[in-house]
Design a protein around this ligand. Sequence first.
Ligand SMILES: Nc1ncnc2c1ncn2[C@@H]1O[C@H](COP(=O)(O)OP(=O)(O)OP(=O)(O)O)[C@@H](O)[C@H]1O
Length: 574
Amino acid sequence: MIIGAIAELATLGAVMPFLALLANPTLAPNFPLLQKLLGVVAWKGDNTILPAIMLFAVVALSAAAIRMLVAWASAKWIFGVAADIGMEVYRRTLYQPYSFHVSRNTSQIIAGLNKVQTMAFDVINPLVQSTMALVISIAILSALILIDPVTAGVAGLGFAALYLLVTRVTGRTLRANGKTIAENETRRVQAVQEGLGAIRDVLIDGTQDIYVRRFWEFDSAYRRAQAANNFVGGSPRYLIESMGMVFIAFLAFWLSLRMGGLSAAIPALGALAMGAQKLFPQMQQIYYGWAGLSGSSTALAEVTSMLELPIPEEYLRRCPVGRTRLEQGVALCNVSFRYREDAPDVVAGLSLDIPRGSRVGFVGKTGSGKSTVLDLIMGLLEPTKGRIEIDGKLLTRDNRREWQARIAHVPQAIYLTDATIAENIAFGLNAPDIDQARVREAADKAQLADFIETLPAQYDTQVGERGVRLSGGQRQRIGLARALYKNADVLVLDEATSALDEGTESAVMEAINSLGEDTTVLMVAHRTSTLRNCDRIFELKNGRLFREGAYEQITRGEDAAPESSKSTSWVIDE
Ligand SMILES: Nc1ncnc2c1ncn2[C@@H]1O[C@H](COP(=O)(O)OP(=O)(O)OP(=O)(O)O)[C@@H](O)[C@H]1O
C-alpha cells in the first residue's frame, strides 16, 4: 500500500519539474537528478529536454510497474482469502449433524458457496482496493497541498464532501438491492436444481417453459438488482470527474490572472491537473468499496453465519483406528423422536433388542418411521426421548463416531459420484488407495462382477453424474458393493434391493447371509421375501412397534408381539 502511494507520489513529483523544464529549458542546472543523469550518460548536447523526457519516462514506468506488482500481490491475497473462506464454509457445512442437513434445502448451501464468490469480488477486493486508494489519496492530497495548499485543500474537501453526499443518497438503494441479490441467488439455484432434478418429468410433461419462467423470475430480479448496484457504485465518477474538469478550467482562469500569467502557472497547473486525474479514480475506488460492502451486506451476513456454524466436537476427534467390534448388540429403550419441536413424534416409545450377528427386518406402511429408526440407530439422529444402547453402553455424542465407524449403510437412493465403478465401490478413497481385490470381492457378492466384466473399461468405467449411465438395479448393487467393501460389522440396508429382480435379490441376500455371525444386518424391505432370512421382524405403525416376530411365525400367521401390542392381523405393506 505504502509502496503504491510512493509510486504515485514519484510520478506526481516528477511532473512539476518536467513541465517547468519544458516551459523554460534554461532551468536545467536547477535539477540535480537530471544533472546526475546527464553525467551518467555523458550527454554532450545543449538540448536537455530529451534526457528530461527519458528521466520522466523512467519514473512514470517504474511507478506503473510498482503499481502493477502491488495490484498482482493484492489480487493474489484477496483470492487466497476467498478460497480459504469458501473451503471453511464447505467444511463447516459438511461437519454439521444430519438434523441440520434434513432441515435445509441444498440450494441454500450451494448458493451460500456462491456468495463467497460475491464476497471476494464485491466486498474483500473493493475493500482492499479502497484501503489502498485511501492511503494513495492521502499521499496525493498531501503532495498537492505542498504545491498549492489553498487550491488543493478546497478541492480535496469539496470532492470528499460530494462523495459523502452521494453515499447518503445511495446507501439505502444499495442495501435493498443487496438483499434482493442474496435472496434471488438462492432461489435461482433452487429453480435450476428442481428443473434438472425432475428432468424426466419435465421432458414427459413438457413443462420446460414453466421451469424456465420460474428461473427467469428469480434470475431477472437478481440481475436487475446487480445491474442497479453496479450503476450506483460506478456512476458518481462521471459526475465528479466532469465537475473536476470544470474546477480545473476555473483554476486555470484564476491562475492566469495572477502575476506572470498562464505560462508561469503551467507547472503548478499541470501538477494539480495530474494530481486531480490521479485522485479522482482513488476517491471513486473508496466509494466503490463502500458501495460493494453496502450492496453485499445480506450476502456477507449469510456467509458470516455459515462461518460461525459450530462444529460438534466429536466430529473433530479422530476415529479410533483399531475399532472394537460389536459384542452384545443394540437396544432401543423407549425411544421417541420428532423432526421439529412443534411437529408430532414420528417414532414413539419404541423399545427393541438387536442381538449381535442377527438379521433384523423392519416393515410397516410408508411413512411409519422405518428409515427414521435406522437413522436413530446409526446415530445420525438423536432420540428426543429414551435411550439407545450399544453393548449396554448409552450411545452419546462422545462415542457416536466410534459406533458409526462400524456401520455400512445402503440408503434407499444411493448417491453415485461421477467417477469409475471402482471409485464408487471404494467410496471416499483416492484411486491409489483402493484395494482392487476387495473391490472385486465386494462386486462379486453384490452380484455385479459379471456385469462389470462385460464392460470395455470394466472397473474403470465412468458411471456418469449420479450413475446416470447405469440402471437402477446396477446402481443399487454398486451401493451394496460399497457397503460390503467397508467390511463393517453392522450392515444397514434401507430398501437396498428394491430395484433388483427376485433372482438377483435372493443371490445378493444369500451373499449377505453368508457374511457370518460377526455381521449384524438391519434391513427395511417392502418385499416380504427379502426378509426371509431375518431372525426377527419388527412391524412399525405410526412410529410405534406394532408387532414383532420371526419370518416363519409371520408367514404362519403367528404373532410373537407382546400382549400389549397384539392386534388381529399381520399385514406387511407390500
Ligand atoms: N426431514 C424430515 N423432516 C420432517 N419430517 C420428516 C422428515 N423425514 C421424514 N419425516 C416424516 O417422518 C415420518 C417417517 O418417515 P420415514 O421416512 O422414517 O418413514 P418410512 O417408514 O421409512 O417411509 P417409507 O417406507 O416411505 O420410506 C413421515 O411421516 C415423514 O413425513
